[in-house]
Ligand binder design. Structure first.
Ligand code: SF4
Length: 460
């Protein structure tokens, strides 16, 4: 399977790539299939059943809202995040839904959107079954989909073939399946990791389009930081978690001289960027999956650190930062997982930290070997990181955890830059270790909210 940079970075809405973005995509895909078979017009009822982690933490992750939006035909990258709640409320109030915005049918949420607690579909912990029925209640069409992390969705057939999307089989000038292969290509061609990945992107579009796409991704990340720094109040969901980014921003701007006395004030800014993004994500705002929504703050925070605190930073560097980070993310997606339901938070914040570390190392002048080292450090010290969100909400520990991931990524890049790239554990070994650790991890710690902080902190 060939992965593009834009498979790793996608604009969508919060709070979760696997529980919000993926289900929205799946619901729309099911209806498009229905329409292709000429059955949309005959459909009088559509039933959605959520399995595994989607059932257990779907309410907290707004999976119900995502399914309704997807059935309405909305797409994560284009839905108006400010109007999404009103659209869902209109469906609930009218007890009707316009499938793909075209065919209005009755919608009884209690009967038509089912949370199958304790049940799991065979191919992945995040399974969804859609069924369409005619006026007489006869089944018209049915389909299973799997939300496998980072907004990726597989149909039943695709899950069998390991195939993710159209365009996945294009042939690339520099195909690579491991860190070792990536380094070997760099060695033979003299190209940096970013150059290798950008050349591969030419299989889908020309270089200018890729650059424009990456700058658009960065612009969405920056906008998210800016919105997060302005928003106040508590996050939705019932935990009454107070947003912190705005007060931190106000404090940093009000007392700029503090930075002269305490050089680690830079870390306050890095923390701020990550908090801002993840608070926006928790509030259902527009974010970039990087490589997931729960971990959406790490790469923007490190990117903003680069742009604002590294002398000589520019747009070319930003493109290199994102392309290098994406190359590393591809290795995790291909050889392990970026789904917390499969491997815990090491697959979200851990992967984002590894990606950001490699990206930052590249723009700080690191060689390919140093970049691989930075990415390896970024994951090695996140191994075993569990996913245990309180109340099933992507808030605690998720928001703060992104600040930790960002700071750790900066440190990983700096550590790698102090060496010559030679190191004991290769990136490939650490990715395989992460996969095995995730396999061995109890299901309690894999996005089920049945263990860890989720059961040791009383919800107010
Ligand atoms: S704990 Fe980590 S993996 Fe789990 S929801 Fe939060 S950010 Fe995502």
């Amino acid at each position: 399977m060939s992965l593009s940079i834009f498979d790793l970075f996608k604009i969508g809405i919060g709070p979760s790539s696997s529980h919000t973005v993926g289900p929205m995509v799946a619901a729309r895909r099911f209806l498009l299939e229905l329409e292709t078979h000429g059955l949309l017009e005959r459909s009088a009822r559509v039933e959605t059943a959520l399995f595994g982690s989607l059932a257990l933490t779907g309410k907290g992750h707004a999976t119900d809202k995502a399914i309704i939006l997807g059935l309405c035909g909305e797409q994560p990258e284009s839905v108006d995040a400010d109007k999404a709640d009103d659209m869902v409320a209109a469906v609930r109030d009218s007890r009707t839904i316009a499938l793909l915005g075209k065919r209005r049918i009755a919608f009884d949420e209690a009967a038509d959107l089912l949370f199958k607690f304790g049940e799991i579909l065979p191919k992945h912990p995040n399974g969804i079954t859609f069924r369409a029925f005619d006026e007489a209640g006869a089944a018209l069409y049915e389909g299973n989909f799997y939300s496998v992390g980072g907004g990726f969705v597989l149909s039943e057939a695709e899950a069998d073939q390991g195939e993710a999307r159209p365009g996945a089989n294009v042939s690339l000038p520099h195909p690579f399946g491991s860190g070792e292969e990536l380094l070997a290509i760099g060695e033979q061609s003299g190209a940096s990791i970013a150059e290798i990945v950008l050349r591969n992107e030419s299989a889908w579009r020309d270089a200018e389009e890729t650059r424009a796409g990456l700058l658009q991704i960065w612009s969405a990340m920056e906008s998210c930081i800016e919105r997060g720094c302005r928003a106040e109040g508590c996050l939705p969901g019932g935990l009454e978690v107070k947003r912190r980014a705005k007060s931190l921003y106000d404090e940093l701007v009000r007392r700029p001289e503090a930075a002269l006395k305490d050089h680690l004030t830079i870390l306050d800014w890095v923390n701020l960027y990550a908090l801002a993004v993840n608070e926006e994500n928790a509030a259902g705002g527009k974010v970039v999956t990087a490589p997931t929504n729960g971990a959406a703050g790490v790469i923007p925070a490190v990117g903003a650190y680069y742009m604002r605190f590294v002398p000589g930073a520019d747009e070319d560097g930003l493109v290199t930062f994102l392309a290098t980070a994406a190359a590393i993310g591809m290795l995790y997606k291909r050889n392990a997982s970026i789904s917390a339901a499969e491997v815990g938070c090491q697959g979200e914040v851990g992967v984002a930290c590894s990606m950001a570390a490699g990206g930052l190392c590249a723009v700080l002048g690191g060689s390919n070997a140093q970049i691989e080292n930075a990415a390896e450090i970024g994951m090695e010290h996140n191994l075993g990181l569990t996913c245990d969100p309180i109340g099933g909400l992507v808030q605690i520990p998720c928001i703060e955890r992104n600040t930790m991931g960002a700071v750790k990524a900066i440190n990983a890049a700096r550590l790698a830059l102090r060496g010559d790239g030679t190191h004991f554990v290769s990136l490939d070994r650490v990715i395989e270790t992460m996969r095995q650790t995730g396999q061995d991890m109890s299901a309690k710690y894999k996005e089920t909210s049945e263990g860890g902080l989720a059961v040791n902190v009383v919800e107010c």
